[in-house]
Design a protein. Structure first.
Length: 375
């Protein structure tokens, strides 16, 4: 039973985006580091789920044209053009974006994206030699089919961002990574160091120093030819600007947490970490805050503290980070999925491998480069 007493909340009640899972299926890829438990199953989101989400989103997006409806999977294009169109048509506001492996993109899909002004993000890990974990269902390298789709995007003049998963953040390859994406033609790049989460139980032991050297080398490559934005470098520079008072950007530790609701294909709502969707736990159940087919999304977010079984334990972990970690101001407390999967099902642990390579080493690497090369 939900208490009627108003709980103190750290979550914003209005998100900046919602993540929609139109299908769990990832087609035709089967990346070895993927965290998704149902990527070989074609569960499809019913239109009724999108309609239920849109009831809240249309109100939020009406007051904020920057609001995003992010289509993520699985592979969103595996839902099919007709069905994806029906899902999108339920929304009256907001900017639609999708993250794709690009393997299914053809001229017809390009027409769809242009007609609807959909923002596109492509997942590709750099040069062919760095894409060995991105394979097809048959186990063949997927680099050719990914770049074929990117070529179609470029031929239609469709701008796109890119996300790369780096299993080994080797500083000797950082410049190669950056130069590849410059030549690829993306307007921005996000770099994710491979994480231990979901069904990906592989443990990689990259040292903090090696990861910091990678980020420093990537920053150097960007600084030498700053033609595309590197998401992680921008985050550090924005943070530094806020610390020095040069920019008004809020620091991660001070800003309310965006609940970033992920809407699973069946209407279940997962907060903060999309990677928790599809998993269950003896203590927390299926990690959902509720289901939009039964309760409006705005109500679920307003009552999230009472409805979400794992949040209290997660906040304890965040508070422990606040009191023990000198990098907390930049990180803000880490992500629930990393804590859960790296700490044997606990949400109140502190430092994770993800923290070390993607937050601490990132801040150290970028600032190390700036200090070394400043006048």
């Amino acid at each position: 039973m939900i208490s009627s007493r108003c709980a103190v909340t750290r979550l914003a009640t209005v998100p900046g985006a919602v993540i929609m899972q139109p299908t769990t299926l990832c087609q035709p890829l089967d990346c070895r580091y993927c965290y998704l438990p149902f990527r070989k199953d074609k569960h499809i989101m019913p239109v009724e789920v999108a309609q239920a989400v849109a009831a809240s989103v249309n109100e939020w997006a009406g007051g904020d044209p920057r609001f995003e409806v992010v289509w993520h999977g699985g592979e969103p294009l595996a839902a099919g053009r007709d069905h994806l169109a029906r899902l999108m048509d339920t929304f009256a506001g907001g900017k639609h974006t999708l993250q794709t492996n690009a393997a299914l993109i053809d001229d017809a899909w390009c027409g769809f994206l242009l007609e609807r002004d959909v923002g596109v993000g492509v997942s590709i890990d750099g040069p062919a030699s760095m894409n060995t974990n991105r394979v097809t269902r048959a186990g063949h390298p997927a680099f050719r089919v990914i770049t074929r789709g990117i070529t179609r995007l470029r031929s239609h003049g469709i701008p796109f961002s890119a996300i790369a998963v780096i299993t080994d953040p080797d500083p000797r390859r950082a410049a190669d990574v950056y130069e590849f994406f410059v030549e690829l033609g993306c307007h921005s790049l996000g770099v994710n160091v491979e994480e231990q989460e979901g069904v990906n139980t592989a443990v990689h032991t990259t040292s903090r120093g090696r990861a910091a050297e990678f980020w420093a080398a990537l920053t150097a490559a960007w600084e030498a030819d700053p033609v595309i934005q590197v998401r992680e470098v921008s985050r550090v520079l924005e943070f530094a600007g806020s610390v020095l008072g040069a920019r008004p950007a809020p620091r991660p530790a001070a800003a309310p947490w965006d609940p970033l609701p992920t809407i699973a294909y069946d209407g279940g709502v997962i907060l903060l970490s999309p990677e928790l969707a599809g998993f269950t736990d003896p203590r927390f159940g299926d990690f959902t805050t509720g289901n939009v087919l039964h309760t409006r999304l705005d109500v679920l977010l307003a009552e999230a503290e009472q409805r979400t079984a794992w949040l209290r334990e997660f906040w304890r972990g965040v508070d422990a980070c606040r009191t023990t970690c000198p990098y907390f101001d930049f990180c803000g407390g880490g992500h629930p999925a990393n804590r859960y999967f790296e700490h044997a099902g606990r949400m109140d642990g502190t430092r994770t491998a993800y923290c070390t390579t993607a937050k601490i080493a990132l801040l150290e690497g970028v600032t190390q480069h700036v200090r070394t090369h400043s006048d």
